[in-house]
Ligand binder design. Structure first.
Ligand SMILES: [Zn+2]
Length: 193
């Protein structure tokens, strides 16, 4: 079955995808980060883990062909196509306290944590997603710097589901830094399963 979702700026959506299906995430206007999170469809206690993904892939970067794992060390998705080649698996989803900490503007601010929680109808203490299109520069000394995404309008990634999954994706709401190139825009998602 084919489905399409437009994620308006600073919002999120959720959907189920079957094992073997593809989730295609498109940066419609370029320069926009999409937080990609998932849980096992049959067991909401099993969730996408960037920590396990780093552990198994022995890398703090994600590249084409890499597998994204659950906290139970089971494959959840494979990155089978990638127009951009720069994504982040280090940062947690933005949340009110983050906006207060850095910008003193958390009150009423849309956040990826709240938006994904609302879309998935569940409270998570923290979400550590795959931040698609987020361009984090990692220096040899371990310091990190968030730069503007390299994604251009229409750039896509294709994630093949390796298990039945419940997915939450947000169009990140940070406009205060280079994270979304200073302006929050829309994300398009195609699901084919
Ligand atoms: Zn965000």
């Amino acid at each position: 079955m084919k489905r399409e979702y437009i994620i308006e700026p600073c919002t999120a959506t959720s959907f189920f995808v079957k094992k073997g299906g593809n989730v295609i995430v498109e940066d419609m206007n370029g320069g926009q980060v999409a937080d990609f999170f998932a849980e096992a469809a049959e067991n909401g206690d099993e969730f996408l883990s960037t920590g396990v993904t780093i552990d198994v892939n022995r890398s703090i970067k994600l590249k084409k062909g890499d597998v994204i794992y659950s906290d139970r060390y089971r494959p959840m998705f494979t990155l089978v196509a990638d127009d951009v080649g720069a994504h982040d698996i280090l940062h947690p989803s933005c949340r009110r306290e983050m906006y207060d900490f850095f910008y003193n503007d958390g009150a009423g601010h849309p956040t990826c944590l709240d938006n994904i929680d609302h879309a998935m109808k569940k409270r998570h203490p923290e979400i550590r997603p795959v931040n698609l299109f987020m361009n984090t520069e990692i220096a040899a000394d371990g310091s990190v710097k968030v730069l503007a995404p390299k994604s251009l309008p229409g750039d896509r990634v294709v994630l093949r589901a390796e298990m039945d999954a419940f997915v939450g994706i947000s169009a990140c709401s940070v406009h205060e830094s280079a994270c979304n190139d200073g302006e929050c825009s829309s994300i398009k998602v195609y699901v084919e399963d």
